[in-house]
Design a protein around this ligand. Structure first.
Ligand SMILES: Cc1ncc(COP(=O)(O)O)c(C=O)c1O
Length: 364
């Protein structure tokens, strides 16, 4: 029998969340962001749930190839553009649209031999200070691109650093609007947080670029939960109890004896550990569901096992279902965001960190 652990990708939830993203910006087209192998879900596994998007945004050429191999004939956008000149040959061959964020990428385009001009997204650095031309240098970059026979339509894009938080997007919006006001071309500015929280950014958008919301995690947790936004979990990580220990008051559990029982209790040993992608840093008290009932982890996460308090589920035993995040069979949901906070991280990292040894099933 295989080790009792399984990740499930929920096609219907992907479809539902994509629909919510679309509803947040009804006049815009939607890029489903599928970088990092669809945020750890697997592009091929997520594809059925996301094929209602208007395009796929990603950054790895291999992933672009995967999307074409799945039969997608529509737009694909490279969010970081070309890394070297020969990438542009693949852009021509696979008909990829690509971001241009620096002069070197314009040089590559100028050197690219093609009869079919390429669609580009010219990126402005409005304050994130990762990629893009400053507002001052944006127009000259646009003019240079516009003069190239290798370039077809130029779209205008930027990325917000604080769409999920108190700082907001006002300063970045102002910079973007001022530098682009008389330039032609479609605009793309919204990640998930901007699409859900900022009507001014939505109003400007011809294309939105939601990632995390599509995968059922709240872009602004803990301010708002996934349930608040109506988002459904798209990945469930579940395992089973493989042993039960009766632990007396005063006895400890696991490495380092970090948990000591205050009273007699039953502990379930679960077939999931940090080698499966469950963060070792999760402390005692991290929420978990047993048979769809919320309880907590106790003691340290080890490589292949965690230990959980069976107090709230006295009937549970070997073989009982344990939901680390996602949906239980009884329909109860444990949001990945709640677990991520206990791990001092975000849902993005947990999804992306699902370990290769975990078998994955797609639920239609
Ligand atoms: C350029 C760009 N657009 C859109 C996204 C999607 O962001 P989110 O997953 O927060 O919706 C990302 C993700 O980091 C990104 O880098």
């Amino acid at each position: 029998m295989p080790r009792p652990i399984l990740a499930t990708i929920h096609t219907q939830a992907l479809r539902h969340n994509l629909g919510l993203a679309r509803a947040s910006a009804p006049d815009a087209k939607v890029w489903a962001v599928v970088k990092a192998d669809a945020y750890g879900h697997g592009i091929a596994r997520a594809f059925a749930g996301l094929r209602g998007a208007d395009g796929f945004a990603l950054l790895d050429l291999n992933e672009a190839q995967k999307v074409r191999d799945l039969g997608w004939r529509g737009p694909i956008l490279l969010l970081e553009g070309a890394f070297e000149l020969r990438d542009l040959e693949l852009c021509s061959r696979l008909d990829l649209w690509h971001t241009v964020h620096c002069e070197a990428q314009i040089d590559m385009l100028a050197a690219h031999k093609t009869n079919v001009p390429q669609r580009v997204f010219l990126k402005m650095n409005t304050g994130m200070n990762r990629l893009g031309f400053t507002p001052e240098r944006y127009r000259s970059a646009w003019t240079r691109l516009n003069a190239l026979p290798q370039v077809d339509e130029i779209s205008l894009t930027t990325h917000f650093s604080d769409a999920d938080g108190a700082k907001g997007i006002a300063a970045q919006m102002t910079a973007f609007l001022a530098a682009t006001q008389d330039l032609p071309g479609e605009r793309s500015v919204c990640n998930s947080a901007a699409a859900l929280r900022h009507a001014d950014a939505v109003a400007l958008s011809d294309w939105i670029r939601p990632g995390i919301a599509v995968y059922g995690s709240s872009p602004d947790y803990p301010t708002h939960s996934a349930a608040h936004w109506g988002l459904q979990p798209t990945m469930t990580l579940a395992a089973k109890i493989i042993a039960v220990q009766a632990v007396s008051a005063g006895a400890s559990v696991g490495y380092g004896s970090s948990f000591v029982a205050d009273f007699d209790m039953h502990i379930g040993v679960v077939a999931c550990g940090y080698a499966d992608g469950y963060p070792r840093i999760c402390p005692t008290g991290t929420p978990v569901m047993v048979d769809g009932v919320r309880t907590r982890t106790v003691g340290r996460v080890s490589m292949d096992m965690i230990t959980v308090d069976l107090g709230p589920v006295p009937l549970a035993g070997a073989g009982s279902e344990v939901t680390l995040w996602g949906s239980a069979r009884n329909g109860a949901v444990l949001s990945i965001d709640e677990v991520a906070v206990c791990a001092q991280t975000v849902g993005y990292e947990l999804m992306c960190g699902l370990a290769p040894r975990v078998p994955v099933e797609v639920q239609a």
